[in-house]
Design a protein around this ligand. Structure first.
Ligand code: MG
Ligand code: ZN
Length: 221
């Protein structure tokens, strides 16, 4: 395939995706449902963060869409908390798209004024390009990945409204400079918000759940 033809095909795929994402957004906005697209590399701790978040949010109505190439392990972990979850397996695919998420929204029927967490396939590249109809992308970056990742994968951190610097309990063991990591995040996205968090110790959880409740309240207005 020629380069020009490849670009044509990619543009067509993305514009079809954008139309479906706009339709998802209309459905979610009508419900006052706050949808967050959690993006990261594999192993950053998204599912553990979600399990802790569900516990911390208590009675708040919420649902979860889990994306992975294979297995329903993560949806099972979410359901074990009592929350509703749907697993999407992308097979050879390396990201969720708006059509998959639209189908999952139809099946889940999110409640009015609820949270919808979408855990994307672990991949710092193309999930940045696929709008799912979410209110915001939340990038989860664990301290073990190194301070340079925002500079190496700028599209993802530019697309994110919030970055969670996760696993801060491990920082003393991996010679990571958290201030440099934050500075690199702001270099690629001056407006990005950053929360340092450890799902394991609970550090930062109050800031994160406070952020979530504020965004939901804004949406309900
Ligand atoms: Mg996961
Ligand atoms: Zn992909």
């Amino acid at each position: 395939m020629s380069q020009a033809r490849l670009i044509e095909v990619e543009t067509a795929i993305l514009s079809k995706n954008d139309a479906l994402a706009a339709s998802n957004r209309r459905v979610l906005n009508a419900l006052g449902c706050l949808a967050l697209n959690l993006v990261s590399s594999p192993g950053s701790g998204k599912t553990t963060l979600l399990c802790r978040t569900i516990e911390a949010l208590g009675e708040a109505p919420l649902a979860v869409i889990e994306g992975d190439q294979q297995t329903s392990t993560d949806a099972e972990r979410i359901r074990a908390t009592g929350a509703r979850a749907i697993q999407i397996n992308t097979g050879k695919g390396c990201h969720l798209d708006a059509q998959m998420v639209g189908q999952a929204i139809d099946d889940l029927r999110p409640r009015p004024n609820s949270f919808l967490f979408i855990e994307n396939v672990g991949n710092l590249v193309c999930p940045a390009a696929f709008d799912l109809g979410e209110d915001a992308k939340v990038a989860v970056l664990s301290v073990t990945e190194g301070e340079d990742k925002p500079l190496k994968y700028p599209d993802m951190f530019t697309a994110a409204r919030l970055a969670i610097l996760n696993k801060t309990d491990l920082a003393p063991h991996c010679d990571v400079d958290l201030d440099l990591c934050e500075a690199n995040l702001r270099r690629v996205n001056p407006r990005i918000e950053v929360i340092r968090l450890s799902a394991r110790t609970g550090e930062g959880m109050a800031a994160w759940t406070g952020w979530l409740r504020t965004r939901l309240a804004e949406k309900a207005q």
